[in-house]
Ligand binder design. Structure first.
Ligand SMILES: [Zn+2]
Length: 125
């Protein structure tokens, strides 16, 4: 499994500047290793929506140390292609989740609370 630093080196080779210019984006993409230490951590951010989430977090572009503006989505795409060989959608990951009964459980208790309070007036402030 490539370390985020190695992805940052790859970004610097591709767009110029230093690995440090790109490290934060790659650290964020692989930050899901905090919750799952094997390759399945990638399901959280290594997909098309993850590229857009990186853009929302870091901005449309970052300006590297040579002054070049580099689109954040392209940086994220480079990372994901290096890890997976392509950019999957989240649906590609979700199809691999084996459904368990607890995942589709209806929140009966919560529904009961909602029904209990449905007839009450909401006090005006
Ligand atoms: Zn990764």
């Amino acid at each position: 499994m490539a370390h985020s630093y190695h992805h940052a080196i790859s970004s610097a080779r591709k767009w110029g500047g230093t690995p440090d210019d790109y490290q934060a984006v790659h650290d964020w993409l692989d930050g899901s290793k905090l919750i799952l230490a094997d390759f399945r951590h990638r399901a959280l951010r290594h997909h098309a929506e993850g590229c857009f989430a990186a853009e929302a977090l870091f901005g449309t572009t970052i300006v590297n140390s040579t002054g070049r503006a580099v689109p954040v989505r392209l940086i994220a795409e480079q990372h994901i292609v290096e890890d997976l060989g392509r950019i999957p959608s989240f649906a590609d990951w979700a199809r691999c989740i084996r459904p368990e009964p607890w995942m589709g459980r209806v929140g009966q208790r919560l529904d009961g609370i909602a029904a209990e309070h449905a007839h009450k007036e909401i006090p005006k402030a």
